[in-house]
Design a protein around this ligand. Structure first.
Ligand SMILES: O=C(O)CCC(=O)C(=O)O
Length: 222
């Protein structure tokens, strides 16, 4: 991959401050892409905004990650837990993980607190032991997952705990997009215009979306 020479040790966040520190919890290497840096990145950001129903301005710069043999990201939350006040645009609402490669064995994204793990069959020999400890997603080039770190009432959703299992064979390439609430979200929601029922997903909870008057094709959580 073209990114190979530009990768640096991945960092973990330091109590909600921008930047981060090296930590054995996360041993991948990675690099940041600029927001809208070229047509491809801009197109992906547009698609993420359409899929998540959260405006693309709420997104952090996309991170490209490479996990080699044994490299991992231990289970963690993407929210900061302090409202993200030291950070741009409030707390992290949602995460999109995009898989840029297949992985021969291991490297699954695992959600250890997801109740869905109890109904996910994993007895075909293709899953790592780590993946068996939660609901897991096998990296498949071109696939992406979207999950939420906050509840509809903006409280922290601790069941969003997730991590990347160690790669056992092959190399995992992925891209992460972290998406924030806006700092003016409460004010926008307080106007209460046109709240609509969106549907049922993520732990079967109902999510209400607010249609922004100036962005007819986008919606926000209230
Ligand atoms: O690469 C993965 O499967 C997980 C990445 C992750 O947890 C993150 O970037 O927050």
């Amino acid at each position: 991959m073209a990114a190979d020479g530009k990768l640096e040790d991945s960092l973990v966040s330091d109590e909600g401050k921008y930047g981060g520190v090296r930590n054995d919890q996360r041993t991948s290497k990675g690099m940041l892409l600029g927001i809208g840096q070229d047509e491809t990145v801009a197109r992906i950001e547009d698609r993420i905004a359409t899929w998540s129903l959260i405006p693309k301005d709420n997104g952090e710069a996309m991170q490209i990650l490479r996990y080699e043999h044994g490299q991992k990201y231990l289970p963690h939350h993407d929210f900061f837990g302090n409202g993200g006040q030291d950070f741009l645009n409030g707390e992290r609402v949602a995460t999109v993980l995009m898989y840029l490669s297949d992985v021969e064995k291991g490297g699954e994204t695992v959600f250890p607190l997801s109740e869905a793990m109890y109904v996910q069959p994993k007895d075909d020999g293709s899953w790592s032991d780590c993946a068996k400890r939660g609901y897991a997603v096998k990296p498949k080039k071109g696939d992406a997952i979207l999950f939420f770190s906050l509840q509809p009432d903006a409280s922290l959703d601790t069941s969003s705990l997730h991590g990347s299992c160690p790669v056992i064979s092959g190399v995992k390439w992925s891209a992460t997009k972290w998406i924030h609430e806006e700092d003016d979200l409460q004010a926008i929601c307080a106007t209460g215009v046109a709240v609509q029922l969106f549907g049922e997903f993520h732990h079967s909870k109902l999510w209400f979306l607010y249609k922004h008057p100036k962005e007819s094709n986008l919606a926000r959580f209230c």
